[in-house]
Design a protein around this ligand. Structure first.
Ligand code: 5GP
Length: 141
């Protein structure tokens, strides 16, 4: 299927809708997931247009994975997590709901299961506070 530039992350990238932004460079943006599966759930989104991993340019992937690692390390520290899950879904059958490539960084705690994917909206104030915590941890890395 072709990339559709009306998806919600393309709108965030164009500044048409707001997000709780944590980080931005020439190639990518990081912001909080509005329906976190765990406190501190962040999304790493390359600026280059692709639906998902399947149609992404490998040069985009080679730049994005080091950023995913950086955010995962920062998130583990910022949210005092025991571990971190990285998730990435491809096409509807693969669990994808927003069709612009992104990676999930989800802090994890021993013995705690995740909140269901893309189901429960978090308060803006909580998202803003978590964005600041993650930003602070990233700035130390
Ligand atoms: P996917 O299922 O495509 O891997 O994940 C899409 C993610 O985007 C979900 O976890 C969902 O909670 C999140 N999401 C959906 N709409 C918005 C939005 O408008 N803003 C932000 N920040 N996240 C969103």
């Amino acid at each position: 299927m072709a990339y559709d530039s009306n998806n919600i992350f393309a709108k965030i990238l164009r500044g048409e809708i707001p997000s709780h932004k944590v980080y931005e460079d020439d190639d990518a943006i990081v912001f909080m997931d509005v329906m976190p599966q765990s406190p501190g759930h962040a999304l790493i989104v390359p600026k280059a247009a692709s639906r998902n991993l399947l149609d992404a340019d490998p040069s985009v992937l080679s730049k994005i994975v080091p950023l995913v690692q950086k955010v995962a390390v920062a998130a583990k520290s910022a949210f005092a997590a025991d571990g971190v899950s990285i998730a990435q879904f491809n096409e509807e059958a693969g669990g994808q709901t927003v069709f612009h490539l992104h990676f999930h960084v989800i802090p994890r705690y021993a013995g705690q299961s995740l909140i269901t994917h893309a189901r429960q909206m978090e308060d803006n104030a909580v998202l803003a506070a978590n964005a600041e915590k993650l930003k602070a941890a990233l700035s130390k890395s």
